[in-house]
Write a protein that binds this ligand. Sequence first.
Ligand code: G4P
Length: 197
Amino acid sequence: MKLLQDKIMQEGIALSDQVLKVDAFLNHQVDPVLMAEIGKEFAARFRAERITKVLTIESSGIAPAVMTALELKVPVIYARKRKSLTLREDLYTEKVYSFTKQEESEVSVSKKFLFAGERILIIDDFLANGEAAFGLARIIEQAGATVSGIGIVIEKAFQPGGDKLAAAGYRVESLARIASLGEGSIVFADERQHQSV
Ligand code: G4P
C-alpha cells in the first residue's frame, strides 16, 4: 500500500536492525486519515470472506481494526492483556509470549462476544514472530469460530511470523512488508498476498 509505505519512509525511524519506530502515526499518535485508508484496504481485501467480526489486541491494533470493522459494518473486539485474571470462567484465555519484549502476557476475550460459527478477521499493527496472531487464532478456535483472515499493517518480513502463519494455513495480508532495517535505512519487500490452500 503506497500511502503507508510513503508514511513509513517519511516518519518511521529504524531504531536498530530489528525495531521500527512508528509512534508518529500508529503506536502513539495516530493518523486517522491513514487509518481510514487502511480500513478501506483491508475491507476490500477481505470483503468476500463474509466476516462477522474483527478481532485485535490492545492497544495499537485497535485503530486499524476499528476502521476496518467500520467499512465491513461489523463489530470489533479487542483482546485484553493482563497479568492475572480473577474471572476465568467467563473468558477465553491464551498465553502469548513476546520475543520483542521478552515477556509473557495472558490475552483474553469475553465469552459474551465471540460465538461458534462466526467468521473472524484478525487485524494487528505489527507482525514479528506471529505469537500475538497465533494466540488470537487459538482464542477464535476455542470459541468454535473460524479465522477467516489475518490483516497486518506492518510485517517485518525478516522475522518468521508471516511464513509460520501461512504454513499453518491462514490467509495473511500485510499492507507493508519490511525486508530489512538498518541505521537510517528501511527496505521494503514485495507485498504478501497469498491465499491459504
Ligand atoms: P509477535 O506477536 O508477532 O510475535 O510480535 P512480538 O511479540 O515480537 O511483538 C510484541 C509487541 O511489540 C507488540 O506490541 C508489537 O506490535 C510490537 N512490535 C514488534 N516489533 C515491533 C517493531 O519493529 N516496531 C514497533 N513499533 N513495535 C513492534 P504490543 O506489546 O502488543 O504493544 P501495543 O500494541 O500496546 O503497542
